[in-house]
Design a protein around this ligand. Structure first.
Ligand SMILES: [Zn+2]
Length: 296
């Protein structure tokens, strides 16, 4: 009897014990207003690499690795999550990706039309457009950067690859929080240092009831969440990576997914396609201001 009870408890454990998800769910209506209607995305660059470089023990099958920007859409207006980087920046960073100028122009239009911009972390492919591009100064006043992201920008440019100085820091909304922070109806930031010191995830509850977590680069492929495995070669990891923290994050994301949440992996091209087919994400960005959205 006791053994059966213990077994039942052990089974229930992964679904019951997810403080990150419980807290986020509790904050869905913290900011009053209508929940978002959809999440759009656009890949501004794409390249491919062996899956084995993303996930330990995975086959070396080539997989698509895009650089995506995300758009949380409301009835009136939107919030952008991640900003991509311009062509010059992509090339200067030694990126062998295919860069799409037309798509990047659409991403810029969506960033200019956004009410707020947040970034999952301070790597150039997520932050470059808001820190180091022709429109960086224009976007800065509505771009929210955490204190940790700002610290990396100011003091660790080899990691961020975006030259920055303290005079520019004051142009941004710099903020801090310990665990989770609601920023809009149905949108909650979840602190997740590990991949970088300033990494965070974005929990979204849509009006349809669907729950999505934009998980940034905690893993480069969804297989990393399914198997809870990290990159294989420590030599490939940047010095600031905290493997223990990432292990914990992969575990709770895996549990969240088993609880019905869609965990979006920024750089997993195949997963983005699948989620678009399933209606979890929308391909493309709405680029016209305040409700009169036009999809492209
Ligand atoms: Zn990235």
């Amino acid at each position: 009897m006791i053994r059966r009870l213990l077994f039942a408890l052990a089974l229930a454990q992964p679904l019951a014990a997810q403080p990150e998800l419980t807290v986020a769910r509790g904050l869905v209506h913290a900011v009053p207003g209508e929940l978002p209607t959809a999440i759009g995305y656009l890949n501004v660059a794409e390249w491919s690499f062996p899956l084995s470089e993303a996930v330990e023990n995975a086959p070396n099958t080539p997989v698509s690795l895009p650089t995506a920007v995300f758009q949380i859409r409301f009835a009136r207006g939107w919030i952008m999550v991640d900003a991509g980087m311009d062509r010059a920046h992509a090339m200067a960073a030694g990126d062998s990706s295919e860069f799409f100028d037309d798509r990047y122009a659409r991403a810029i239009a969506a960033l200019r039309g956004a009410g707020l911009i947040v970034v999952t972390h301070e790597h150039y492919d997520h932050i470059g457009t808001v820190t180091h591009s022709a429109v960086a100064n224009e976007l800065a006043p509505k771009t929210m950067l955490t204190r940790a992201q700002m610290e990396s920008l100011l003091h660790n440019s080899t990691m961020t690859l975006t030259p920055f100085d303290s005079a520019r820091a004051g142009r941004y909304i710099v903020f801090d929080y310990d665990r989770e922070l609601p920023i809009a109806p149905g949108v909650v930031l979840i602190k997740a240092p590990g991949h970088t010191p300033g990494s965070q995830m974005v929990y979204v509850k849509l009006a349809s009831g669907r729950e999505v977590i934009l998980s940034g680069d905690v893993t480069l492929n969804h297989l990393g969440i399914e198997t809870e495995k990290q990159k294989p070669d420590p030599a490939h990891r940047v010095g600031t990576v905290d493997q223990a923290a990432i292990a914990g994050e992969l575990a709770w994301l895996h549990a969240a997914e088993r609880a019905g949440v869609s965990v979006v992996v920024s750089h997993d091209g195949a997963q983005l396609e699948t989620l678009a087919r399933e209606g979890v994400l929308r391909k493309g960005l709405a680029a016209h201001h305040r409700g009169r959205a036009e999809h492209n």
